[in-house]
Design a protein around this ligand. Structure first.
Ligand code: NAD
Length: 355
């Protein structure tokens, strides 16, 4: 996980507590509740220090504010972190105690933060946390929750891709489009299935060679991740880790559109300008991958998978609007996404002040 040396502190709350069961630090950062409760994942991760964990929570919670606002959700931005000790990922009783310690931290915020799953945590973990606090989403289906968000995230990426293809090639249809999906995990494999179903010509890659079976099953070309990143295709879909587009490979990409699920695809945000200058349309990752958040947000009311699907399909229009704005204002789609989010936040603050 990249270290962020400087982080602007414009957050509402930062809670750091030493767990009474484990002595491990659990952290929640609430960046903003201007638009609603701060819903954000809980990351269980090994950091160099607990201060690094707090820094990550501050950075990620801020990003969640912009993601929710740009997607028009009545949600704020928050993030949770459980700072793991060195060694293997905890299991059994130790894991349970860590989750209960984190639940105590969530509970002291009385609902300004609502937890969901993230890197290192699962729907089953959410069920454990629910034993202590009610401020939990992302519960398993059998407990009335929305379960694994990945299929909805994948659907959202498809919808974003349609908007990008309409903008770049004049048609949203994915039939016959050449698409390279890099990373065939939970989201990437669902995405590959949807794209194959839509008639796209697929290239699939992953560092895990066992994913090759999926490529064979879907009639996709299998390659290594570096070749997948540099493939000459209509659309590149990064679906593994962040920072995959950097100063070194930005000039070597041969795609016309970048649209995938990975968080923080650009090693730094200035690369959005470089991509635009090279004629590559970069779909802001936090809009393209918002399907999971949109799905889980519906748990706060009466969850209905049909409704979730319809709302996730709305990402096509959200992305189309951003691309129109970007063109009209001569800015990148990433800048347009931030601008839209800021406008929504400012409008909500004005309404709150006038009350
Ligand atoms: P995952 O862990 O299930 O899958 C990641 C896959 O990437 C694995 O198969 C792994 O082997 C592969 N991989 C790792 N390093 C790689 C590399 N260098 N090159 C190619 N492949 C590599 O994760 P996921 O849930 O599918 O999430 C994928 C990305 O999407 C992450 O960045 C995640 O933060 C983001 N995301 C996921 C969701 C969701 O609903 N799961 C929602 C929003 C964003």
């Amino acid at each position: 996980m990249p270290e962020t040396p400087l982080i602007s502190l414009d957050h509402e709350e930062l809670v750091i507590r030493k767990g009474r069961r484990t002595g491990v630090y659990t952290i929640v950062a609430v960046h903003s509740t201007t638009l609603g409760p701060a819903l954000g994942g809980c990351r269980m991760w090994r950091y160099e220090s607990s201060a690094d964990g707090a820094r990550d929570a501050l950075r990620l919670s801020r990003a969640m504010t912009f993601k929710a606002a740009a997607c028009g959700l009545a949600l704020g931005g928050g993030k949770g972190v459980i700072c793991l000790e060195p060694g293997d990922a905890p299991t059994g009783g130790r894991r349970r105690e860590l989750l209960l310690d984190f639940a105590d931290t969530v509970d002291v915020l009385h609902g300004s933060y609502i937890i969901a799953e993230d890197v290192g945590t699962s729907a089953a973990d959410m069920a454990v946390i629910r034993e202590v606090t009610k401020w939990v989403s992302g519960l398993p289906r059998e407990l009335g929750g929305s379960g694994d968000p990945s299929p909805f995230t994948a659907l959202g990426v498809v919808m974003a891709m349609r908007a990008c293809c309409a903008h770049r090639f004049g048609s949203p249809e994915l039939t016959g489009r050449t698409i390279s999906v890099v990373g065939a995990g939970r989201v990437g494999s669902e995405l590959a299935k949807l794209l194959a179903g839509a008639g796209a010509e697929l290239t699939l890659s992953d560092i895990d060679g066992s994913r090759r079976g999926l490529a064979d099953e879907l009639g996709a070309r299998w390659t290594d991740p570096s070749s997948g990143m540099l493939a000459k295709v209509d659309v590149l879909a990064p679906c593994a880790l962040g920072g995959v587009i950097d100063q070194v490979n930005v000039d070597r990409l041969r795609c016309r559109v970048v649209c995938g699920s990975a968080n923080n695809q650009l090693a730094h945000e200035g690369l959005a300008e470089d991509l635009a200058a090279r004629g590559v349309l970069y779909a802001p990752d936090f809009i393209a991958n918002a399907g999971g958040l949109i799905n889980v947000s519906l748990e706060l009311g009466e969850y209905d998978p049909g409704d979730a699907r319809r709302r996730v399909e709305g990402i096509e229009e959200t992305m189309a609007e951003l691309l129109r704005r970007a063109d009209a204002e001569g800015i990148t789609p990433l800048a347009a996404a931030y601008e839209l989010a800021r406008q929504r936040l400012d409008a909500a603050r004005r309404v709150a002040r006038s009350r």
